[in-house]
Design a protein around this ligand. Structure first.
Ligand code: GCO
Length: 413
């Protein structure tokens, strides 16, 4: 098949501040990593020290052949206390953006990637509409101070993550039930001076009220960014699995799909683009979610090796949201890098088929540039096209990085 991509297609890798920078000590996630009973298997610590090593990292990504880089700006660093914007932190991100520009990488910036400042959670977190206003104020500030160097903005990464975890039964035990809060919530809430019932962090709070605050935060952020930089493309990203119905599972699948995908895709309708983030598929029968299909290879995340999911979710996103898409994350956790390259080849063939059918897909970002901190699962799952020895912080380029970089350089394969 013809896997030529348009000449202006964005080719990049993606990272998130908390997962790579290290020592994000003012964030809610850092707090959760360190409280008694934490659901995190290990703390993030120095991560891959991207906060200090971004100049070499950005140069390496450019050398490999990419033309863009998606990274996140950390709200907890930029605004460590309510209303105090750190000029030093903002300048740090300005230097990162300048490094991207100097190396020919068009920067796509995410303004919220799961972690929030501690003060936000102490004031009601994602259940409080005031958080939508605070978030928009921070986004407007970034647009004003850094927008001249940014190519496009993702306001919030995976607006639907908590709802997806909740519907698929993946929340840490105790969070989803209405019973006693788990120990880690009690301790985290105490550290913030609030009651456990008032602890609403982005990753784990999955109520209708939280959903409304998150979508309001996105809308307010778009308005605040556009007020500063009307021409800057803005969207949000959504975690989308290919949700398949098996032998009579359509009704169950459709109900779940409505709650975890449709309401968010519908909210993206007025945006400049929507970010599609896809890793695998999930199958549903009449009684709910089914286990992985027998005989299908599993990744380190216990997801099925199913690169065709990306084509399916891109088509679905176009159908429901009706705006241009960007693949803001796609990838696989495996220690066998030959499987990663195979996965990307098949996923990209799916993207090419979408383009041939006239879908407006604008770019592809591999998750992730580096092996990094996979949230509660720690450092075990490796998603990177570049390995990192975290004792020495040495970067080791994997063959999949060379392959993907060549595809980017050649605009196809
Ligand atoms: C997400 C996040 C990333 C994850 C990745 C792999 O999609 O959940 O954006 O932070 O690391 O998805 O699970």
């Amino acid at each position: 098949m013809d896997t030529r991509f348009p000449p202006n297609f964005l080719w990049g890798t993606a990272t998130a501040a908390h997962q790579v920078e290290g020592n994000n000590i003012n964030s809610d996630i850092w707090l959760l990593e360190h409280v008694p009973g934490t659901p995190f298997v290990e703390p993030s610590g120095d991560a891959v020290d991207h906060y200090h090593r971004y100049p070499e990292d950005i140069a390496l990504l450019a050398d490999l052949g990419f033309n863009s880089y998606r990274f996140s700006i950390e709200w907890a660093r930029v605004e460590p206390e309510d209303g105090f914007f750190s000029p030093a932190a903002i300048n740090h991100y300005r230097q990162m953006l300048l490094a991207c520009r100097a190396h020919g990488l068009r920067p796509m910036v995410t303004l919220h990637h799961f972690s929030s400042p501690r003060w936000v959670i102490a004031r009601g977190g994602w259940a409080d509409p005031a958080t939508a206003a605070s978030f928009a104020r921070y986004c407007g500030r970034i647009a004003r101070d850094l927008g001249d160097l940014i190519d496009s903005i993702c306001t919030i990464n995976e607006v639907n993550i908590a709802f997806l975890l909740s519907e698929l039964g993946l929340l840490p035990s105790g969070i989803a039930s209405r019973g006693e809060p788990p120990a880690f919530v009690i301790h985290a809430a105490r550290a913030l001076g609030i009651g456990p019932g008032d602890f609403h962090c982005f990753l784990y709070a999955a109520t209708d009220r939280v959903r409304d605050v998150i979508l309001l935060a996105h809308q307010n952020a778009v308005a605040a960014i556009k007020a500063e930089r009307p021409a800057l493309p803005v969207g949000m990203t959504i975690a989308l699995q290919d949700l398949q119905a098996v032998s009579g599972g359509e009704a169950v699948r459709d109900t779940i799909r409505h709650r975890i995908q449709d309401v968010f895709l519908e909210a993206a309708r007025g945006d400049d683009f929507v970010g599609v983030q896809t890793y695998s598929r999930e199958r549903f029968g009449p009684d709910g979610k089914l286990p992985p299909e027998e005989g299908v290879e599993l990744t380190q995340m216990y997801y099925e090796f199913w690169p065709e999911a990306l084509e399916a979710t891109l088509r679905y996103a176009h159908q429901i949201a009706g705006v241009p898409t960007i693949v803001t994350e796609n990838g696989i956790a495996t220690t066998d890098d030959t499987r990663r390259a195979a996965y990307y080849r098949r996923a990209l063939e799916g993207v090419a088929r979408c383009l041939q059918d006239g879908l407006d897909v604008r770019g592809f970002y591999a998750w992730s540039a580096f092996d990094n901190y996979e949230w509660s699962l720690g450092y075990r799952p490796v998603f990177g096209i570049i390995a990192v020895n975290r004792d020495t912080q040495e970067r080791i380029v994997k063959p999949s990085a060379r392959w993907l970089g060549e595809v980017a350089r050649n605009g196809g394969f």
